[in-house]
Design a binder for this molecule. Structure first.
Ligand code: NAD
Length: 480
């Protein structure tokens, strides 16, 4: 039997034992406790912020090329430790091991990308009205960053913040989710091996109270948050106006299958993006609007594709399609959304059923629900679990109207071959990311962010780096 790991904070370059009360961490595929992590209190958070503040006074003056080299080094170490990183993800988050390996690859790609982008931060010069003057605009790191991340991509989402902040010349304190502290622990082992200077990146474990204390610390210059809409709204209200804030929040993302769609491609896309990571993705397809002439065929083929997905313990079956749900609440919410749709006349075509039992693994079958009315929870709220609602639409206008008619604005998917359909749908859809004839709405070198209640600010791309920089105007009288 495997030993229970005891994670510690990592502050000022050292593992840091605390007397804090422990949080129990379980393997969602078995229900067994696999680790404990400290619930860091306000004093513990302050020590980490102090360490990051001290380190910032040196790190901010390092040359971009030096920071770039360092980020590449962290990526190389992570690549060497890919297996341990992937196992730590599956053990606590539940996605199958092969999928977790993909997450490790995305983590290392992010580090390499921001290593390159670090050397492409340019200012500008502005001529003045009077002769003998010049305005120089420089970009500087904002300072110490609080990086607060959720459990669904417990490594990749640390990567977005770690790479962007360090590339910009910021230092940071990372607080992983209390449900998945293991991957963060492994990241700090990588940082140690890469020789990351003390205090440049710090790790504090804990739940919401720890996150709150970190975001509220007066020396934090920016909070980079990914998580639920509820927590994001709370942070928006509580973080002081002089602290920068980016919020990457929840989705409830629509897919539009138009009458000109390549139907088999749309089915493949839907099955992948509705059920990958068991639907626990902010950009998961939650609801699908299908042009009426294609509706019955689409339902038939999506049901077959979904029923063929293999659900299993992702450590035992690395190539399974769907693993365990990270928390029992996810299964409960998914079952609730499915039952709610059924009471409104919808039909379960595959999957469904009650929430996972209190004991044992947390599995729920991938579920397709047809004829789901607009007021059902499946169509209005983020399920964040393995269920998708499908409904027919009369035309593209109606599909776009339904797609926009919820508070979320993160990602939308369009399947169409007609050029007019493609541009009409992708321009009218009020979302930060639109994927047309594919379901990978985010790539590392293009800006990624939500609209409406899905958040504010951008990660990825040069914009992701800009969010850790601010401008300085130097007005120079040179007399020439
Ligand atoms: P959550 O908001 O419960 O927790 C996220 C993080 O915030 C955790 O580390 C948690 O401990 C911490 N936290 C909780 N309360 C806090 C508070 N009051 N102050 C500061 N920190 C606090 O979210 P979750 O359940 O872990 O994550 C799932 C959500 O994340 C989903 O809604 C999903 O859509 C969203 N998400 C969004 C993106 C994106 O890029 N837009 C990516 C992944 C996940």
């Amino acid at each position: 039997m495997q030993e229970t790991a005891r994670y510690q904070n990592h502050v000022d370059g050292k593992w840091h034992p605390t007397a804090a009360e422990d949080i129990q961490v379980t393997n969602p595929a078995t229900g067994n406790t696999v680790a404990t992590a400290p619930a860091t209190d306000t004093a513990g958070v302050a020590e980490a912020v102090d360490a990051a503040t001290r380190a910032w006074h040196t790190w901010r003056w390092t040359q971009p090329a030096q920071r770039a080299e360092h980020l590449h080094r962290i990526a190389h170490v992570a690549q060497q430790r890919a297996d341990e990183l992937a196992r730590s993800i599956t053990r606590e988050q539940g996605k199958p091991l092969d999928e977790a390996r993909g997450e490790v690859t995305k983590f290392t790609k992010t580090l390499h990308y921001y290593a390159e982008e670090a050397t492409r931060v340019f200012g500008r010069t502005i001529p003045n009205e009077e002769g003998g003057y010049l305005s120089v605009v420089e970009k500087e790191p904002v300072g110490v960053v609080a990086a607060i991340v959720p459990w669904n991509y417990p490594l990749e989402l640390i990567g977005w913040k770690l790479a962007g902040a360090l590339a910009a010349g910021c230092t940071l304190v990372i607080k992983p989710s209390e449900h998945t502290p293991g991957p963060a622990h492994e990241v700090f082992r990588c940082l140690e091996d890469a020789g990351t200077p003390a205090g440049v990146a710090n790790l504090v474990h804990g739940a919401g109270e720890t996150g709150k204390a970190l975001a509220a610390h007066p020396d934090i210059a920016k909070v980079a948050f990914t998580g639920s809409r509820t927590t994001g709204e709370e942070l928006y209200r509580t973080v002081t106006g002089i602290t920068g804030l980016t919020l990457e929040l929840g989705g409830n993302c629509p897919m539009l299958v138009t009458s000109s769609a390549d139907l088999p491609a749309a089915v493949r896309g839907a099955a992948r993006r509705a059920f990958r990571n068991a639907g626990q993705i902010c950009i998961a397809i939650n609801r699908i609007y299908v042009a009426s002439p294609l509706y019955d065929r689409f339902l038939h083929e999506l049901t077959q594709a979904t029923a063929a997905l293999r659900v299993a313990d992702g450590l035992r079956e690395p190539s399974a399609d769907v693993g365990a749900l990270t928390m029992r609440e996810i299964g409960q919410r998914t079952a609730d959304h499915v039952a709610d749709a059924q009471t409104r006349g919808a039909r379960v075509l595959t999957g469904g059923g009650p929430a996972p039992a209190e004991q044992g693994g947390r599995f729920y079958p991938p579920t397709v629900v047809a004829d789901v009315p607009r007021d059902a929870k499946l169509m209005r709220e983020e399920t964040f679990g393995p269920a998708v609602g499908v409904a027919p639409v009369d035309d593209l206008h109606q599909a776009v109207h339904h797609a926009n008619d919820t508070p979320g604005g993160l990602a939308a998917y369009v399947y169409a071959r007609d050029v007019e359909d493609i541009f009409t749908a992708s321009r009218a859809a009020d979302f930060g990311n639109i994927a047309v004839n594919n379901v990978d709405a985010g790539i590392i070198n293009a800006p990624y962010g939500g609209r409406k209640q899905s958040g504010t600010g951008y990660e990825h791309g040069p914009e992701g780096l800009e969010s850790y920089l601010h401008l300085k105007h130097i007005r120079l009288r040179h007399g020439s």
